[in-house]
Design a binder for this molecule. Structure first.
Ligand code: NAG
Length: 240
């Protein structure tokens, strides 16, 4: 599939670069504020410097990538009343906004050298629809059409595989910037001469296990700031 090929190509090209090898899981790796952990779909995980990562990301075009438009998907086409179709308007992937993986710490404290991923932070596939649509039906149709489990959630556990040091006198937290596949479209239901159209947004992630953590493809890094709350490093918002 085109999407899979794209992800594999992206991370293969990133993998060509010299990077510090990932440490064995029994000895925690200490990372600095400008280190970026890359979790690739091809099973790779690498630690790069932010400057290297930015150059590579620009070169390998890790930006919204529009896939070929898809044919209308038709399901339940038994009778006028029961028919529901979905129409895909765009199918793209890009690096999504920060998802917290640890609390915000202040490096004036004693724990500033060893900020680790902690338990209870999560990310989930999701479908949102405009009012009036049957969200369960939309999830089912999309799930069948794209083979995506839209009920899937990943939750962090405490892990010491890697730790970040927060620069002196700053606030910081570990964030994931996941690679998201976003499908935008409309559901068309009811009689074909007078159908009801509703918009949907469907976001999904790819599983990636890494050092005892079941998480998703993308990058993991420190997001730091001299002020509190900490502004998102990717996307709009603040970490508290
Ligand atoms: C994060 O820390 C580095 C090193 O002190 C600093 O250069 C950078 O400006 C900080 N980031 C923010 C957003 O303050």
């Amino acid at each position: 599939m085109l999407l899979t090929q794209y992800i594999i190509l992206t991370f293969m090209s990133l993998g060509l670069v010299q990077a510090s090898p990932t440490a064995p899981h029994d000895s925690p790796q200490r990372l600095s504020f400008d280190d970026v952990v890359l979790l690739g779909n091809d099973g790779s995980s690498k630690v790069l410097k932010e400057s290297e990562y930015n150059k590579l990301a620009a070169r390998s075009n890790v930006t919204p990538n529009t896939l070929a438009p898809q044919m209308r998907q038709v399901l339940n086409r038994r009778g006028c009343e029961q028919s529901t179709e979905i129409e895909v308007i765009s199918d793209t992937q890009f690096t999504n906004s920060d998802v917290a993986m640890s609390p915000v710490v202040n490096s004036a404290g004693s724990d500033s050298d060893s900020l680790a991923v902690s338990r209870g932070y999560s990310i989930a596939n999701s479908v949102t629809v405009t009012a009036g649509a049957d969200i369960t039906l939309v999830k089912d149709i999309l799930g069948l059409s794209f083979s995506i489990a839209y009920a899937q959630t990943w939750t962090t556990t405490d892990t010491q595989t890697f730790t970040f040091s927060v620069p002196d006198n700053q606030y910081g937290l570990i964030v994931s910037q996941p690679l998201v596949r976003r499908i935008l479209g409309q559901t068309i239901s009811g009689c074909t001469d007078n159908p009801t159209r509703t918009d949907f947004t469907a976001d999904s992630y790819s599983s990636k296990a890494f050092g005892g953590l079941d998480w998703v493809t993308g990058i993991i890094r420190l997001c730091n700031s001299t002020t509190y709350p900490v502004s998102f490093c990717s996307g709009e918002g603040e970490h508290y």
